[in-house]
Design a protein around this ligand. Structure first.
Ligand SMILES: [Zn+2]
Length: 446
């Protein structure tokens, strides 16, 4: 006779140890304490049997989310962002140090953010710090207070209060981060290349893409690789758009350099050919490129050169994103997709014959590993019971108005997607995203 658990989930299919299998999962005190086969005689205070068309997944871990609170709460905010995350099967987010005001570039700003998030987080929330010119030399104070690493831009960030690093400062940051045994996460576009390709403005998508060419990414990534080789610091390339950089990254990893890479659903689901002039809901930096490039990004994932897929959820107000008559030079550069990452990637992966098990590795297990959250991103004894019920064959059409994001704008509006998140558990409790529900998220430190 097995002991009784707080929660027992019987799943005809569950993602365990990298593959799908039938399982009974027992949860007590928020942790997974038992995994048996589907007909294990486990009993629980609550017992849930998944339907035949449902799969039990570990909750997604999205290490690239711009919550923008405090300071730009009209763009998003901890309540709406974490509600969108829960609705999309994301149980842990790591918040970017910009575009909040203040940016998270010192302990006081981190403390302020943690205080605000504490009363609002519907899912687990951790924080990145910022490596900006003024915080260099002082990163240890934020490291000691639990940030998961430090973000730097190598070109202007889009907001004045978060300045980019030049190559010399990049190397200083890497020295400091190596000494802390932390990680630098890098927006890798080179300002010299960008300056040589300035967009004259206007509605043309092709002109916008031409203003941020692949060589901007490649040049910046080469600077990062050289710095990592010199210092031994861990570095992570954010939102890789250009597949032209994959050979250099693969070579650096073959050399044994500690470099990881992410890409995002919008680069894997859309192509430049599909984007109409003036459709600024698709504007992001670096930009969405052509279909051949997209195929190479998928190949980079399959080859293991690209490690993870994260949203880079970067919303703004409707006015900043969609006014200006479709001028790509003036619209805010960022795509809102936090709630849609799993179905978007599952839809495109399935079209390419790629199993959901790989998607879970890219969106849950490996992002958890990237930030050292070894109890997240997996269904295993001892792991936190952050779980998702996903119906991989259920289809739906995205209506931006129905999303939980504060601003109902997304590049995915109107997309037909396959795969519906039916339920999300956080530490063994069903997440209720009703406006008056109590936030059950935990604030995470490295
Ligand atoms: Zn970002």
């Amino acid at each position: 006779m097995l002991p009784s658990f707080d929660l027992v989930i019987v799943a005809p299919s569950a993602h365990i140890d990298g593959r799908s299998t039938g399982a009974t999962v027992g949860v007590t005190d928020g942790r997974i304490v038992f995994i048996g086969d589907v007909d294990a005689a486990a009993t629980g205070t609550t017992e849930v049997r998944l339907a035949a068309d449902e799969v039990l997944l570990p909750g997604l871990v999205d290490t690239h989310v711009h919550v923008n609170e405090p300071g730009r709460t009209e763009w998003e905010g901890f309540a709406s962002a974490t509600r969108a995350a829960a609705a999309g099967g994301v149980t842990t987010i790591i918040d970017m140090p910009l575009n909040s005001i203040p940016a998270t570039v010192d302990p006081a700003a981190l403390q302020l953010k943690r205080g605000i998030a504490a009363g609002k987080a519907m899912v687990n929330v951790g924080f990145w710090g910022g490596a900006v010119p003024s915080s260099l030399g002082y990163l240890g104070a934020m490291h000691d207070r639990g940030v998961f690493g430090f973000k730097a831009f190598l070109a202007p960030s889009g907001v004045d209060e978060f300045e980019h690093l030049d190559t010399e400062q990049l190397n200083l940051a890497l020295d400091e981060i190596a000494a802390l045994d932390s990680m630098l996460i890098v927006h890798a576009e080179d300002p010299t290349v960008l300056d040589a390709h300035v967009n004259a403005g206007g509605r043309g998508y092709r002109e916008f893409v031409a203003s941020r060419p692949p060589e901007a990414e490649l040049t910046a990534i080469e600077h990062v690789i050289a710095g990592v080789r010199r210092t031994g610091a861990r570095a992570h390339i954010l939102h890789l758009s250009s597949a032209a950089a994959l050979p250099a990254i693969a070579a650096a990893r073959a050399e044994g350099l500690p470099i990881t890479v992410e890409t995002c659903p919008h680069y894997l689901c859309f192509t430049a050919e599909q984007i109409a002039d003036g459709a600024t809901q698709f504007k992001c930096c670096p930009p969405i490129r052509d279909g051949a490039n997209r195929d190479l990004l998928w190949q980079g994932l399959l080859d293991g050169v690209i490690d993870i897929i994260v949203s880079d959820h970067s919303p703004s107000t409707r006015e900043l994103k969609l006014s200006h008559d479709g001028d790509f030079a003036l619209a805010w550069g960022g795509i809102a997709g936090l709630q849609l990452g799993l179905p978007a990637i599952h839809t495109e992966a399935r079209r390419r014959g790629i199993h959901l098990d790989r998607v879970v590795e890219w969106m849950s297990t490996r992002p958890a590993d990237l930030v050292g959250l070894e109890r997240k991103g997996r269904i295993a004894v001892g792991a936190d019971a952050d779980l998702v019920v996903f119906a991989p064959d259920d289809a739906f059409t995205v209506h931006a108005d129905e999303l939980q994001h504060r601003n109902h704008i997304t590049a995915f509006d109107g997309s037909s997607l396959t795969g519906v998140v039916r339920r999300t558990w956080l530490a063994g409790s069903v997440v209720d995203i009703a406006a008056d529900a109590l936030p059950g998220g935990t604030l995470l430190s490295r």
